[in-house]
Write a protein that binds this ligand. Sequence first.
Ligand SMILES: Nc1nc2c(c(=O)[nH]1)N[C@H]1C(S)=C(S)[C@@H](COP(=O)(O)OP(=O)(O)OC[C@H]3O[C@@H](n4cnc5c(=O)[nH]c(N)nc54)[C@H](O)[C@@H]3O)O[C@H]1N2
Ligand SMILES: Nc1nc2c(c(=O)[nH]1)N[C@H]1C(S)=C(S)[C@@H](COP(=O)(O)OP(=O)(O)OC[C@H]3O[C@@H](n4cnc5c(=O)[nH]c(N)nc54)[C@H](O)[C@@H]3O)O[C@H]1N2
Ligand code: SF4
Ligand SMILES: [Mo]
Length: 715
Amino acid sequence: MTQKIHTCTLCEAACGILVTIESNRVTRIEGDPDDPLSRGHICPKAAALADLQHDPDRLTHPVRKTPGGWQRVSWDDALDEVASRLHAIGAEHGPDAVATYLGNPNVHNLGSMLYMPALLRTLRSRRRYSATSVDQLPHMLAGLQMLGHPLLMPVPDVDRCNFLLMFGANPAVSNGSIATAPGIRKRLEGVAQRGELHVFDPRRTRTAKLATAHHFIRPGTDALALLAMLHVVFAERSPALGHLGAGARNLERLRAVAERFAPERVAAKTGVDAQTLRRLALTLADTECALVYGRMGACTQDFGGTTGMLLVALNAVTGNLDAVGGMMFTQPAVDAIHTPTGKPGRAKARFGRWTSRVRGLPECNGELPVATLAEDVLEPGDDRIRALVLWAGNPVLSCPNGTKLDRALQALDFCVSVDLYVNESNRHADLILPVVPPLSRPHYDAAFALLSVRNFAKYVEAALPTEGAERHDWQIIVELQQRLEALQGTSRVRRLATHAARLLGPKGTLAAALRAGPRGLRSGLGGLSLRKLGEHPHGIDLGPLKPCLPERMPADWPGIDLCPDIYAQGLDALEAAAEAEAPALVLIGRRQLASNNSWLHNAPRLTKGPSRCTLLIHPDDAADAGISDGDEAQVRSSVGTVVAPAQLTAEVMRGVVSLPHGYGHGREGVGWSHAASNPGCSINDLTDDARVDVVSGNAAFSGTAVEVSRWPANR
Ligand SMILES: Nc1nc2c(c(=O)[nH]1)N[C@H]1C(S)=C(S)[C@@H](COP(=O)(O)OP(=O)(O)OC[C@H]3O[C@@H](n4cnc5c(=O)[nH]c(N)nc54)[C@H](O)[C@@H]3O)O[C@H]1N2
Ligand SMILES: Nc1nc2c(c(=O)[nH]1)N[C@H]1C(S)=C(S)[C@@H](COP(=O)(O)OP(=O)(O)OC[C@H]3O[C@@H](n4cnc5c(=O)[nH]c(N)nc54)[C@H](O)[C@@H]3O)O[C@H]1N2
Ligand code: SF4
Ligand SMILES: [Mo]
């Protein structure tokens, strides 16, 4: 029996875990009390790491689709075929004919984080998509437009904050997002004990229940509530930009916009009374260590982009941006923001350099909004997308209008997927390349050290080997890259660089990045190194966050832009929406503690009991529709229809229904047999790919107009 120190990579909390192994089988996973950040905390999902490891449904060999089903192929054959097909399609139709979709697990994977950018460059396609545009794109766009870098996303300093306003997040269940704070539930209880925690959500969630107060807010109206708070702050206090004042731009423009949105104007539309908005705005301005934080629910809606900008602006003008106890910025050991010399680089144009094919939506940070992927495949034309590299993603369940995406995937000339399973999306692939499961990978959190409530660094070796022929994501990346470079006739220098990266591996690359990083050799010989991390296998706490602007902004960035030009269209649309009539019934999503997006439903211990894929509906709305608790309810939207058992609860607002996302495993040919035995329905068969935020192109999931009726109707 051995016990290995590891990190759970399932969500952003990055909890330290101890993995007990007997005869190559995981027999126990517990929280690591010596991890300086998580201090023993874990959630029920951590146990699923063992299920992933030993799941008989997990792919262990590359497979090729044949008329008789999936057939095993050798790695060499598979990789040769992928490279030659992608190259041929690119050569005939141009590199943009090959699209990529990167799913969420890539950011939880050290190898992908370090190696994927080079493969994307080699592919030379501007048709890059990822889960970013069904998630945090508004935060990245705000970072880029306001502070000069998309990764300058502020993190709530929950441990020192005394007054916290939260919009559209449920960290008691999600364990926190853009807020790596293991055990965040306790940390939030601390805020409520020290001061006040207010949650704005159309549903009274677990987080709302531990808050000082919960405020029902109508879906898609967060931007209006934030503007009303800005209105109050501008009217009754002076902006407190502090050290952010130097070089600050467009304060007057922000003031002029906010002037139009008095709390009384937005109260009916948002469902939040004017008095509450006034009081909270003033307390936010007057309290030391206060902040306003917004996440998923605030991002994936009609005005998600504008909301992202207003969140940063409201924190800034109340003196709570880059301030202790407010919204702060990290200074990680491997720093994707600063250049290797330690100097901030220059600001780069990273928005609107090209647009999507059919709808002309802008690129951001090299990516196009994924809501345009299906149409850019399906719409006839020489410039359509013909091939897709689908890496650690399940867009059929996770992106708007999954049914249409399902059709688009079938219409491709070629698709390769790199994944652990045959999922709802890659069942249409020509080849699937299997990767090692999380416990068989070494890990260093390159992504979430950038978004953590304390600076930290931790490196763990793989906890156990795999028994099949799976490869690491980074190995597959390099293998494909080398083959593509050979076919493209890439220069010797570039090919040597790829070869060197291959020899170095993630461990060697990480070692170099740590030494070159701000806490490496620049801090002297005693600075951070991989060896030092090896001496501290539970991780190293690098201390609380410190104010670090403007130094972390690009060298040529003049200062914070409080209301960048690109938001003008969003603000105009918001003005119109403020007076428009809302649909009678709208749909929102939800997350569940024992689930993770679309891919943990094959773990029996996480899926015990009755289906959790239920439609939450207010009893009065249910009565209007003639639905009783437990009845099957049919839900219809502009793009599709699903059926789910109704669960009557006054936890949701009147006029709002909720379905979880990530279900819908009943599609033919999916490889996760347990998940398919209790499939549920997919919320994204209802969400409409035509609905995107006008500024960023982020998918607008929240507030999808629906009709609900009893099913079958004539029972
Ligand atoms: N309606 C609605 N839709 C949503 C959301 C919502 O709240 N509401 N949430 C959105 C959000 S925030 C996100 S992040 C997206 C997620 O959307 P996606 O990233 O598209 O989907 P996942 O469900 O995370 O699927 C991940 C896939 O990666 C595989 N995988 C896991 N680990 C690895 C690995 O290390 N390497 C490789 N190669 N494969 C791996 C899994 O087997 C699985 O098939 O969904 C979005 N969709
Ligand atoms: N257990 C579990 N944990 C997870 C995941 C998971 O699937 N399961 N996924 C992980 C991922 S990829 C992410 S990105 C994070 C996301 O983590 P969070 O950002 O915390 O997201 P959610 O838990 O989806 O909470 C969003 C909340 O917004 C509310 N909401 C919906 N529409 C609106 C609106 O218009 N306005 C307002 N104010 N609220 C609204 C919803 O009711 C919901 O309570 O969670 C991560 N952690
Ligand atoms: S909160 Fe749960 S899923 Fe997230 S890292 Fe910790 S143990 Fe893993
Ligand atoms: Mo996400």
